[in-house]
Design a protein around this ligand. Structure first.
Ligand SMILES: NC(=O)c1ccc[n+]([C@@H]2O[C@H](COP(=O)([O-])OP(=O)(O)OC[C@H]3O[C@@H](n4cnc5c(N)ncnc54)[C@H](OP(=O)(O)O)[C@@H]3O)[C@@H](O)[C@H]2O)c1
Length: 325
């Protein structure tokens, strides 16, 4: 089995280093030749949760340097915009019967599956990681990679890819991959994006009545779009369908994610593109397509775009303004 990982950042670095450390050959595509050379000289090192590993790495090139259709699995481990930009090249590098596995947050796999039918395997990461420097990665939790067919069921290829990745990193399959992606979207659209827009964590905004109201209404709106699209969100951390009395359910979400700083904060600070078009922006567009209006998701996505353009700043006031409509 030949594996190429495109994007040697936090997730790509941890996954690749752990496989290499188990003796599994891994090829990497870095952004350009100089970042590839830097990785070859630094090697890959993983600290934090789990076994610490340090390994040399030789098969790293800029993506343009890979041209042979020789890979059985190409893992797309860039941010969402870059994933869309490089996916066609990734597909060209697949050997017959190979699969492209996007692991971004949001609906990247669904968007790519429309462009490249048949070769996209759904994926997501419950594993948290940070890149400390090129070649230096910190694993933040004992999470896993989840993969499966977007059309449902567990196929032989999904099981084979999971077993291969599982040599280095915990990898599970699900027969309900689209449901799992939507379950993560439900939390990304609320926990994460609202925290980014408010300039705080979920615990920081949910204590205010407006924060709680916007969380509840955005969650329900997103769930309505998910249901209209025909998926059955899969239980992950909590039951995706909230109970009538939500307080204990919200506490469960808070205990897992309440204090996490949304990575979108860093995107704002570093003036990098956010992944909003694949999170709330995707839900808003799906809502229009399915005739299930999603005005809160649309307003949240607009606010993120305005912050990215430097026209607004993250603050709790943004939540009040979105609620007022
Ligand atoms: N990290 C986590 O804990 C975590 C958890 C769950 C999901 N995710 C999702 O996983 C995805 C990746 O996250 P991440 O944290 O690993 O991001 P990251 O640290 O920014 O890594 C992305 C890497 O891709 C590289 N890249 C960009 N364009 C490229 C190209 N054309 N060719 C080759 N490499 C390219 C980037 O290079 P440059 O540095 O030069 O831009 C960077 O090294 C995101 O969608 C994120 O939402 C992450």
């Amino acid at each position: 089995m030949r594996l190429l990982i495109i994007g040697v950042g936090a997730l790509g670095g941890v996954i690749g280093a752990r496989l290499l450390a188990r003796g599994v050959p891994v090829a990497f595509a870095a952004r350009d030749a100089s970042s590839a050379a830097a990785l070859v000289s630094a090697g890959l090192q993983v600290t934090g949760v789990g076994e610490e590993v340090a390994t040399g790495v030789s098969e790293v090139r800029a993506l343009a340097g890979w041209s042979r259709a020789a890979f059985d699995l190409v893992v797309l481990a860039t941010k969402a915009d870059d994933a869309l930009a490089v996916a066609s090249h990734g597909v060209e590098l697949l050997a017959p019967g190979g699969a492209l596995l996007p692991i971004q947050n949001g609906a990247v796999a669904q968007v790519l599956a429309r462009r490249h039918p048949g070769v996209i395997l759904g994926g997501l990461s419950n594993l948290g990681a940070t890149m400390l420097a090129p070649g230096r990665y910190q694993q933040r939790n004992a999470g896993h990679i989840l993969i499966g067919e977007l059309a449902g069921g567990v196929t032989e290829r999904a099981a084979r890819m999971a077993s291969f990745l599982g040599t280095g990193i915990e990898t599970r399959t699900t027969p309900n991959m689209s449901g799992a992606i939507w379950s993560k979207l439900l939390l990304n659209c609320t926990v994460t994006t609202l925290g980014a827009v408010a300039g705080t964590t979920m615990r920081g905004y949910i204590a205010s009545p407006e924060g709680r109201a916007l969380f509840d209404r955005t969650y329900d709106e997103t769930l309505a779009v998910a249901s209209a699209s025909g998926v059955r969100p899969e239980r992950m951390l909590v039951d995706p369908i909230p109970p009538a009395d939500r307080d204990a359910w919200i506490e469960q979400i808070l205990s897992a994610y309440g204090d996490l700083q949304p990575s979108m904060h860093q995107d704002f600070e570093r003036r990098r593109p956010t992944e909003i078009e694949f999170i709330n922006g995707y839900v808003a567009r799906q809502g229009v397509e399915l005739g299930v209006p999603a005005p809160l998701n649309a307003a949240i996505a607009d606010t993120v775009r305005a912050i990215s353009r430097g026209e607004m700043t993250p603050s709790l006031e943004n939540l009040r303004r979105i609620l007022r409509g």
